[in-house]
Design a protein around this ligand. Structure first.
Ligand code: UDP
Length: 427
């Protein structure tokens, strides 16, 4: 990773934004910050941590990332949590809960000294949530970062998990409607994408067009794309239904690109359902990509005419942001974090059914100018709201707020050398 990343970001977002980040980071210089999640590859959390960490480091925070590991039972349990928090009525067996707690105890053995020594610990999602109670001599502030759509959790599962989350110093959520009552300060921070990463950087047109030959795509047909793990909540089968409804009127091709996440044991089963639904249609391309296929996904998003993310539940949906950044209108499920991004009729369309998706896609394919105009607005919307620099600013502000939690207002003072420090006396 090049050292002058901040200078490169300044070219995208402007010098002021970067100056502000430097100011916010100065009082936190040298702070030991540890992030913990359950997978290094696959899924939005890993994507965010890969991009956020190097920037925090460049800003002077001593930041690191730990991944907890477990056996099949553990992932089965945490996938059940995930499904239950997103609303499925699942009673998780006691033997799985025992594995969950045991796995956390084992990981705590390995990580305890580092976590107890850290100034800030960010625990992502339910998988590592019990680590806090397993680090009794912790000296820093602990934040639970929930990336999941918990707007209507299955209560018994939330009740079980809540006991692990309650003692945290704060929690962070992507959307107001996800926030659950907890006895600590709660913050809203939306995720972001990195405009300079392989997933989102500009690409040469030749590289993008090379995908036609590489994946046997038809250069003469419009491309509808959904990039997702094979997960029921992403509704890939619904996307195929929408495609078939459109195909009766307009020739087109559908690309479903996805891979497995290390912590998602249900992917294979969903993939089988997707293959059955596709039924060997030569214009449905199911691409199984390796975890590091960021550049390929970038190129696919650029090659597509319309990006779809027809989820029925979605914490945020980085694939929506990524598609919008490539100036594509997004047809998104009317749920969770997709609603933050798809401004209906402006940056795309919100839909609730395959029929709705088909209607909107047909409309856009027939109105090329509208499609392009929406795409331009989509990119601008991401530029203003969902880039890494905004995300980082909010994280730094959150850290300052937690350090000074008794204050209603925290001011940054800048001395004659331009050095910022938090002024605790003004509240
Ligand atoms: N992704 C990927 N390969 C895949 C499928 C997804 O790299 O095969 C990436 C995708 O580009 C996005 C992230 O994984 O950056 C998925 O994040 P999102 O918030 O959309 O969904 P999640 O998987 O976290 O539910």
């Amino acid at each position: 990773m090049p050292e002058n990343m901040l200078a490169r970001y300044a070219q995208v977002v402007g010098e002021n934004v970067i100056d502000q980040l430097r100011q916010l980071a100065r009082p936190l210089a040298g702070a030991k910050v540890v992030h913990v999640n359950s997978t290094k590859e696959g899924g939005g959390v890993a994507e965010i941590l890969h991009t956020l960490l190097p920037l925090k480091q460049e800003l002077g925070l001593d930041t690191s990332w730990e991944v907890i590991t477990g056996d099949e039972k553990f992932y089965q349990c945490t996938k059940s949590f995930h499904n239950a928090l997103q609303g499925d009525r699942i009673d998780v067996a006691d033997s799985l809960l025992a594995s969950y707690e045991q796995t956390n105890r084992e990981n705590a053995e390995r990580l305890r000294s580092k976590l107890e020594d850290a100034d800030f610990v960010f625990i992502h999602d339910p998988q590592p949530a019990p680590l806090l109670s397993l680090c009794p001599n912790r000296k820093g502030k602990w934040v639970w970062r929930c990336h999941i759509d918990v707007s209507h959790p299955y209560r018994p599962v939330w009740k079980y998990l809540r006991r692990f989350v309650e003692p945290y110093n704060a929690s962070v959520w992507s959307l107001e409607e996800f926030v659950q009552p907890l006895p600590h300060p709660q913050y809203l921070i939306a995720p972001s994408i990195d405009p300079l990463s392989e997933k989102n950087m500009d690409l040469d047109e030749r590289e993008v067009h090379a995908l036609y030959a590489q994946y046997g795509l038809n250069p003469g047909l419009p491309i509808i794309l959904q990039v997702s793990r094979f997960d029921r909540f992403k509704d890939p089968v619904g996307v195929i239904r929408a495609y078939r409804l459109i195909k009766e009127f307009i020739p087109l091709q559908l690309v479903l690109a996805g891979g497995a996440a290390a912590d998602d044991p249900e992917g294979e089963q969903v993939l089988l359902q997707v293959k059955a639904a596709a039924n060997h249609d030569p214009d449905i391309h199911i691409l199984l990509l390796p975890a590091d296929a960021h550049r390929t996904i970038n190129a696919l998003q650029r090659l597509a005419d319309i990006v779809v993310q027809k989820s029925v539940k979605e914490g945020f949906g980085l694939t929506v942001t990524e598609g919008m950044w490539k100036a594509k209108p997004v047809i998104g499920g009317n749920t969770g974090g997709i609603r933050l991004q798809v401004v209906n009729h402006h940056t795309g369309f919100l839909v609730s059914t395959p029929e709705g998706a088909a209607l909107r896609i047909r409309y856009l394919l027939k109105h090329q100018r509208k499609l392009e105009e929406m795409g331009r607005k989509a990119r601008q919307f991401v530029l203003e709201n969902f880039l890494l620099t905004r995300h980082l600013r909010e994280y730094l502000t959150l850290m300052a707020a937690i350090m000074h939690k008794q204050k209603e207002r925290i001011e940054l003072q800048v001395d004659q050398n331009g050095v910022a420090k938090l002024d605790e006396n003004r509240s």
